[in-house]
Design a protein around this ligand. Structure first.
Ligand code: NAP
Length: 496
């Protein structure tokens, strides 16, 4: 074997989380046998590998938050915990025989389109590789956001982000500060509160919280679901339809009023202290920011060993945090529940297309992609969880499967029609962005709050503002009319 030979695959999927595995399954089902799934980490799982904080769980019923082609009758709870979901993903890899496809510890540092060879050249931790098609499935919530707070470097105790939980540290006897009160913090705060002497929670913006109503699924029910897959399908459909109805309130905010009423009632029942209740009541429409789904977050904040600080943070000192009013809060450890860098999708800084510019630079803070998946100037490159494919109301796995189907359809088309490279037309990409903007007008996401759904200009760049079944319909099959198709070296700007 030539030691200088560059390893080549027809398709390289980057990211072995739910998104990457969804594409791998679909490609396999479509008969592709030359693809790899690369991941920078030593194991699969994406966010479900990285987020091991106490209390981590999904907040969409896992009957729906799972692959349609890999139903699991054995979920222990309606809302599974992180270890169970991570195990499920391992089981999926086993079930579909994907283990030989995995290239772990293979972080991708740079991707360059080679117009002469019509391949992607990838610099990876395991050396140079090439692929005819690349699928970027690195997820939108992969890079922790660690804000620069004055004095943080001088803090004497431990500091870590919720997505990089330090399990070596025994927190049980430490006074803890938590910065941030989003979906992650809402899960680990109730787990920490009973075991620590004191918890100081720095809240910048209160979140709407609605009850989760989690419950265990009995072994009898699990057996029944195992024996009758059709029952599982019906349950999944019921959950899907119920959740899809929620979209009405997100699209037309006045319909959120009953949900806001329920959330206020939940707040009242969980928090006895009226002063604290006032601090925890949002002043924006429910859904504008991510809604928290929890049965125990608010009640944990009302416990005597918890202080909720809403006066901002002036600085961190060696032994604590000084808030905006100058009050000093002594703590032994700081946990950042400050979310993820969502402004620049992971890897897009390193993908260079036809003109050598990176995708992030092309976007200049305003990410757009045709169907949230393909970008003009970046041939044979597909984004899973790309711009405007996130959701606020239901399972994102449904979107991943729609995208996986579309990607498999595009690559099948290329194979069947001797197309060596395909990229969406600029017009198609702009028209899709215009549709997103039109659909976003008047929705709850653009109703006036700061959220990671919006870019710096307040444009919705993250959420799909339509129904998930309309997105499924649009991604049902590859649509060559919206593409520039290249055959070796000679671009042919026509559809067949
Ligand atoms: P997040 O929702 O972005 O929340 C980050 C929190 O940190 C917010 O409260 C934010 O305040 C605060 N924050 C950020 N920078 C700050 C700063 N410099 N100073 C003070 N506070 C600051 O992050 P997350 O909780 O990790 O969740 C991210 C996403 O992951 C969620 O929206 C959800 O999609 C997903 N998730 C899902 C689950 C689940 O399924 N169960 C669980 C966890 C996460 P502001 O609100 O004022 O910006």
């Amino acid at each position: 074997m030539n030691p200088n030979a560059v390893a080549h695959n027809h398709i390289a999927i980057i990211g072995a989380g739910f998104g990457g595995l969804a594409v791998a399954i679909r490609l396999q089902q479509a008969g592709f046998d030359d693809f790899v799934v690369m991941d920078r980490a030593a194991d699969i799982g994406g966010v479900w590998r990285d987020n091991t904080y106490p209390g981590a769980a999904v907040d969409v019923q896992c009957q729906l938050y799972s692959f349609s082609s890999a139903l699991n009758p054995q979920w222990h709870n309606l809302f599974a915990r992180q270890p169970e979901i991570w195990n499920y993903l391992h089981d999926v890899v086993r079930r579909f025989g994907l283990r030989p496809r995995l290239l772990l510890n293979c972080g991708v540092e740079r991707l360059d389109w080679d117009p002469a060879e019509q391949v992607w050249r990838m610099q990876t931790a395991l050396g140079l590789r090439t692929a005819s098609h690349v699928v970027i499935a690195t997820g939108a919530l992969a890079e922790p956001n660690t804000p620069r707070i004055p004095g943080m470097d001088g803090f004497a105790g431990a500091v870590f982000h919720s997505a990089r939980w330090d399990h070596e540290i025994d927190l049980a006897h430490q006074r803890i500060a938590v910065i941030g009160t989003g979906a992650s913090a809402a899960q680990f705060i109730p787990a920490l509160q009973p075991i620590v002497p004191h918890l100081t929670v720095f809240q910048r913006t209160p979140a709407w919280v609605i009850p989760r109503h989690d419950r265990e699924i009995s072994t009898r029910k699990q057996r029944l679901l195992g024996a009758l897959p059709v029952l599982q399908r019906l349950q999944r459909l019921r959950i899907y339809l119920k959740r899809e109805q929620l979209l009405l309130g997100f699209r037309y905010p006045t319909f959120q009023k009953p949900a806001e009423f329920m959330a206020r009632k939940h707040l009242k029942s969980q928090v006895k202290d009226p002063e604290l209740r006032a601090k925890l009541l949002p002043d924006y429409r429910l859904g504008c920011k991510r809604v928290l789904i929890s049965d125990d977050y608010l009640s944990a904040l009302d416990k005597p060993n918890v202080t909720v600080v809403t006066d901002g943070i002036r600085q961190v000192t060696s032994d604590g945090i000084t808030d905006g009013t100058g009050t000093h809060h002594q703590v032994d450890a700081i946990i950042l529940g400050t979310g993820f860098k969502t402004g620049r999708l992971p890897l897009t800084d390193c993908i260079r297309g036809i003109d050598g510019m990176t995708m992030a630079d092309k976007w200049a803070g305003n990410p757009t992609a045709y169907l949230g998946t393909t970008v003009a100037g970046f041939p044979n490159c597909y984004l899973v969880s790309g711009p405007n494919t996130g959701l606020g109301h239901t399972s994102v796995i449904y979107m991943y499967e729609s995208q996986a189907n579309y990607i498999a359809s595009a690559i099948s088309y290329a194979r069947a029609h001797s197309v060596t490279a395909l990229e969406p037309t600029v017009e198609a990409q702009q028209a899709f962005a215009a549709d997103v903007d039109r659909l976003s007008v008047g929705t709850v996401w653009t109703s006036g709050c700061r959220s990671w759904y919006l870019n710096a200009d307040g444009r919705n760049t993250n959420v799909w503002p339509g129904s998930t079944f309309s997105y499924r319909r649009m991604t049902r099959r590859f649509d060559p009319d919206h593409y520039v198709l290249h055959r070796r070296l000679a671009p042919v700007a026509t559809s067949p």
